[in-house]
Design a protein around this ligand. Structure first.
Ligand code: NI
Length: 391
């Protein structure tokens, strides 16, 4: 595989940085040590460092050796998860209950590797902004960076992102034009009944039975009210209510998530949840309050940038190792907010591990050090390709 040789030469450094980050995971908007680490490395390479966007965000700015007005952004996420690590590796998390279980330690390292190489070679015309964002998991650090003026302060014509994918072989890349990952919405339904003695149900209104029917009813949204060729998921993931054997409680709370690829489906799902929850509750003499919140939009790749990203990946991995027609996933990604603001492309890099290996967000998962120079080479080639000096 034609890894950029200079990057292959410092593979050991990349692995050491990754292990350092892995041992000190930090979660949403608390990535102080991680941001310090990133800023120090960038400064060592001679990259201009800007801090403070979204609190712990770091942006490194580097100009090529040739003049040029064009600029692109490359983005990596820095945050960890609330998971207790069980890998047993010698660089395992030293922060109990926190873990780099999604490989953001590897993403940060690959982008640092590209920054080091590009700062040494500067074989491009124009400007590259290395964007290190906080809080990808749940809290939308990418959205906050965009809201706080990321692209006004650092104007770019396009922005690119990358995520490792366990189960996809090492040396492979995958992406697609259009929706690549789903929107991420959450909902909470509070079912209010009237508590009573469990032996005297006729004296109350049972929110447990109403909640059970609502949970079942919600399954008809995707199956009965969305076009069969559209994709939608409505998952009830929590049901909370009651404290003991012989009391029918006043109230039960259901929570869950909805996923889709189109804003009109988000509208339809929200309307369906309200209609079904209110209708079933009313039929049973109970009442509901429904909260529906849109967290992340779908992650949508633009056509021209997808082509450019695929070509850069093919240069590193070989044409046959780039899947340009990936089946989208119902997972979600807050890089979506950057892709709402700018054209760009997001791709997956194979992390290996086979089909039965630990998945993302699993306590046994670990980013694969073998792919560090592959991903860094992709970033480097992408910059040298998009910002190629005029002949
Ligand atoms: Ni992730």
């Amino acid at each position: 595989m034609p890894i950029v040789n200079r990057i292959a030469d410092f593979h050991k450094d990349l692995a050491a940085w990754r292990h350092e980050l892995h041992a000190h995971p930090e979660t949403a908007f608390e990535e102080e040590g991680t941001a310090d680490f990133v800023a120090r490395r960038l400064q060592e390479f001679g990259v201009e460092v800007h801090r403070g966007l979204a609190g712990t965000g770091v942006v490194g700015t580097l100009k090529g050796s040739r003049p040029g007005a064009r600029a692109i952004g490359l983005r990596a996420d820095m945050d960890a998860l609330h998971i207790h690590e069980r890998t047993g590796v010698d660089y395992a998390s030293q922060n109990p209950g926190k873990m780099h279980a999604c490989g953001h330690d590897g993403h940060t390292t690959m982008l640092l590797g590209a920054a080091r190489y590009l700062a040494e070679t500067r074989n491009f015309a124009g400007t590259v902004h290395f964007i290190f964002q906080p809080a990808e998991e749940n809290e939308g650090g990418g959205r906050v960076m965009v809201q706080e003026g990321l692209f006004e302060k650092f104007p770019v014509e396009a922005v690119f992102g990358m995520h490792n994918w366990p189960g996809m072989p090492v040396g492979k890349f995958a992406l697609r034009t259009g929706p690549m990952m789903a929107s991420f919405d959450i909902f909470e339904i509070t079912v209010k009944g009237k508590g009573t003695h469990a032996a005297l149900p006729h004296l109350g209104v049972d929110p447990v039975v109403a909640a059970a029917q609502i949970a079942m009813g919600l399954q008809t949204i995707a199956s009965r009210s969305i076009h069969p060729l559209d994709s939608a998921v409505v998952s009830v993931t929590q049901i909370h209510g009651g404290d003991t054997w012989n009391v029918i409680p006043d109230e039960v709370v259901l929570r869950g998530t909805a996923r889709s690829f189109k804003p009109e489906l988000q509208d339809a799902i929200e309307a369906g949840i309200r209609r079904i929850a209110e209708g079933i509750a009313a039929a049973m003499g109970a009442s509901v309050t429904v909260r529906y919140e849109r967290r992340y939009p779908p992650t949508v790749n633009s056509a021209a940038e997808t082509e450019i990203a695929a070509a850069a990946a093919a240069e590193v991995a070989g044409e046959t190792n780039v899947d340009r027609e990936l089946t989208p996933t119902m997972g979600s990604e807050d890089f979506a907010f950057m892709l709402q603001a700018k054209p760009g492309a997001y791709l997956f890099i194979g992390n290996g591990g086979g089909r039965n290996g630990p998945s993302l967000h699993n306590p046994h998962y670990d980013f694969n050090d073998e792919i560090l120079p592959i991903g860094a080479s992709y970033w480097a080639r992408l910059v040298e390709r998009v910002l190629a000096p005029a002949a």
